[in-house]
Design a protein. Structure first.
Length: 300
């Protein structure tokens, strides 16, 4: 009977866990809707603004804006966007792994010299890099409690100020791009200096840029003044978009992970109930055998 009690306890434990995973899946689904609406509304604006500035900055000189200055990357800052909580599958570990690969492949010399700094947006990446004695700047874990453009801009302004002052020569951004609830993929992009548009494949083959590739905009008051105002705003928008992308990806990954956990708990319950019934049947058979044997002994 001790085995029966143990199996009953395990069934009760798995039942309780399954209820928790179901509840977490429903909560993540509700949060995912709001997070998806936010990123879907921002993404067209962010992409269009980025394309506009790419066309304008391609015609400007390198000194037209301090955010366009391409320096030798002696000091590097890597912005890693993760989440504050776990139970989201490989969401956080993949983001951290991608950032580590980026540092190892492109900035290994800077890492050896101690010139790689980390801005962690999310408790999981913050704890990871602090444990490994990286130079982690600031604490941005409260951003997800009130995620909006103003709060995200405070982080971006500090990064932009560090770039202008020469504290960082290059700023890289690592985050999860949201595609749907089941699919998120890692993105690594250069935030500062603002990258110039890459030539298209046709232009690389012919080695002559196509005239129609550049869009002719009517600018007022002037190209330089507009770019001076729009480049800082675009940098803030791009970081905010990355955080919104990562936020939606987190809820999608957690919803998927909790759905799989619920299904696995159901399969485990079936196996445990089968084991319980088999053990119960064996116990009953043993008791009947003992009763019959005892009765036969008394009759003899």
């Amino acid at each position: 009977m001790a085995n029966l009690k143990e199996v009953r306890n395990r069934i009760a434990s798995v039942n309780s866990t399954q209820q928790i995973t179901k509840a977490m899946k429903m909560v993540s689904a509700a949060k995912l809707r709001r997070a998806t609406d936010a990123i879907v509304q921002l993404r067209p604006y962010a992409n269009k603004l980025n394309d506009l500035l790419a066309n304008l900055s391609a015609t400007l000189e390198d000194g037209a804006s301090p955010y366009l200055q391409d320096r030798e990357p002696v000091r590097v800052l890597v912005v890693v966007v993760s989440s504050n909580r776990g139970l989201a599958g490989a969401f956080n570990s993949n983001a951290i792994k991608t950032a580590n690969n980026l540092i190892a492949e492109k900035y290994s010399e800077q890492l050896k010299a101690g010139n790689v700094s980390i801005v962690a947006i999310g408790k999981k990446s913050q704890e990871y890099y602090e444990r490994r004695k990286y130079n982690v700047i600031g604490n941005n874990n409260d951003l997800y409690q009130e995620l909006n453009f103003i709060n995200a801009s405070k982080i971006t302004e500090a990064i932009m100020e560090g770039f202008i002052n020469g504290q960082y020569d290059r700023v890289e951004l690592v985050y999860n791009h949201f595609r749907n609830a089941a699919v998120q993929y890692l993105i690594t992009e250069q935030l500062l200096p603002v990258p110039k548009p890459e030539p298209k494949k046709e232009e690389l083959k012919t080695k002559t840029p196509k005239i129609e590739a550049q869009v002719d905009y009517i600018l007022e008051p002037s190209k330089e003044e507009i770019v001076e105002q729009l480049i800082p705003k675009n940098i803030k928008i791009q970081l905010y978009r990355a955080v919104l992308d990562s936020n939606a990806s987190e809820h999608g990954a957690r919803m998927t992970a909790m759905d799989k956990a619920t299904d696995n708990a159901g399969e485990l319950l079936k196996s445990l109930k089968l084991s319980y019934n088999q053990a119960r049947q064996a116990a009953i058979t043993t008791e009947l055998t003992e009763i019959v044997s005892g009765a036969a002994a008394l009759g003899g």
